[in-house]
Write a protein that binds this ligand. Structure first.
Ligand SMILES: N[C@@H](CCC(=O)N[C@@H](CS)C(=O)NCC(=O)O)C(=O)O
Length: 219
């Protein structure tokens, strides 16, 4: 059996790290987590620490140890894809091809988009914050996310975007947290979806770790 190690950044802030964490928890295989504190400028800096695990110098990173070899996978979407491929029984992509193509579109739209949402609503996983004065682009991006969620929830009948939890939900998990942190106004079906996401064991565990960072005053 493979041994998995997921290298993640500061839980409160590392939205990219949260995505494969949700996917790995959904797979159900045991794994270890290595936490690297972001924004460390004293030696060893964050970058120096990450470079010990991945040449890309970014978290998340997944290490897969099996049959005497270690494979390194970086980038949140690449990790989710790898897990989906290695564990088809986890159903991380919908079985039906049209639904799978749509779920992939959702995941990739999130991965490469919404820069203003990321910039103005930074992830603070276990905190509540005041909604800042939103730029027009941010409002447009929030509206797009909400309409995409509403459409998928209606089309695939929940409980998650494409029925069963998929990579699309993993990719949007940080946005769920951001909308809750800043109290973004959302329609009722979306709010229920967000509550279901937050109730996932992965999100609960991440919240505990993020709260521990606040309690230790490291964020
Ligand atoms: N596209 C990458 C982005 C990863 C990324 O930007 N990670 C940030 C933390 S959330 C990072 O490692 N920053 C390095 C640093 O702060 O030095 C992914 O999806 O994994």
């Amino acid at each position: 059996m493979a041994r998995y190690t997921l290298i993640v950044g500061t839980r409160s802030w590392s939205s990219w790290s949260l995505r494969p964490f949700v996917a790995l928890m959904a797979v159900g295989e045991p794994f270890e987590t290595v936490d690297i504190r972001l924004r460390q400028t004293d030696s060893p800096t964050t970058r120096e620490q990450i470079l010990k695990h991945s040449p890309a110098g970014k978290v998340p990173v997944l290490k897969i140890e099996e049959q005497g070899t270690t494979q390194t996978v970086w980038d949140s979407l690449a990790i989710c894809e790898t897990l989906a491929e290695r564990h088809p029984q986890a159903g991380l992509w919908p079985v039906e091809p049209a639904a799978r193509a749509m779920a992939r579109s959702y995941a990739c739209e999130m991965h490469s988009g919404f820069p203003d949402v990321r910039d103005q609503l930074t992830m603070e996983f276990a905190r509540k914050k005041e909604l800042p004065e939103l730029r027009e682009d941010t409002k447009t991006q929030i509206a797009r996310i909400l309409s995409a969620w509403e459409w998928a929830l209606a089309a695939y009948k929940g409980p998650f975007l494409f029925g069963k939890l998929s990579v699309a939900d993993c990719m949007y998990a940080p946005v769920v947290s951001r909308f809750l942190t800043y109290g973004v106004d959302v329609p009722a079906p979306v709010r229920s979806y967000m509550d279901r996401m937050m109730a996932l064991p992965a999100m609960q565990e991440w919240r505990k770790a993020a709260q521990a960072e606040i309690d230790a005053a490291i964020v």
